[in-house]
Design a protein around this ligand. Structure first.
Ligand code: THU
Length: 143
């Protein structure tokens, strides 16, 4: 596959209709390079694929007031929603170490928009797992 000029501007929104899980994870890995994580030293990147085939990336952005920090997944979701996208197919999550499994708040935020989406993250063997969000947050809160 030939990658165009827009791939050069990674971190902005891109359009990829038929992207592989591996390639979506590459976008997440790239996004993790932008992480602002001076307090935890734990870089996270996310790449969110929307129904329309667009990809929104995010990285964790920490703050000296720790509670003001925001996870990579939520940054990607908020970027997408603020651009008018609300239906998500997949999100790839890349972490610099440890578990790639997303936190509970991010699961809840994803489920607000697309309870039938799937999540990609590395298992302890470094293999990409694809797990339905409904399995990761069963009986999520809704109103
Ligand atoms: N973090 C994420 O970006 N996503 C998660 O799902 C879990 C945790 C970030 C938040 C914080 O900047 C760092 O990882 C350590 O918790």
């Amino acid at each position: 596959m030939i990658w165009g000029l827009r791939d050069f501007f990674k971190g902005t929104m891109m359009e990829k209709k038929n992207i592989t899980n591996e390639k979506l994870m590459d976008f997440a890995k790239d996004a993790a390079k932008k992480a602002y994580a001076p307090y935890s030293g734990f870089a996270v990147g996310a790449a969110l694929l929307t129904l329309s085939g667009k990809i929104y990336t995010g990285c964790n952005v920490e703050n000296a007031s720790y509670g003001a920090s925001v996870c990579a997944e939520r940054i990607a979701v908020f970027k997408a929603v603020s651009e008018g996208e609300r239906i998500f197919r997949k999100i790839a999550i890349y972490t610099s170490g440890g578990s790639g499994s997303p936190c509970g708040i991010c699961r809840q935020v994803l489920s607000e928009f697309s309870s039938d989406m799937t999540l990609l993250y590395h298992d302890s063997q470094g293999i990409i797992k694809e797990v339905p969000l409904s399995k990761m947050i069963p009986d999520a809160f809704s109103m």
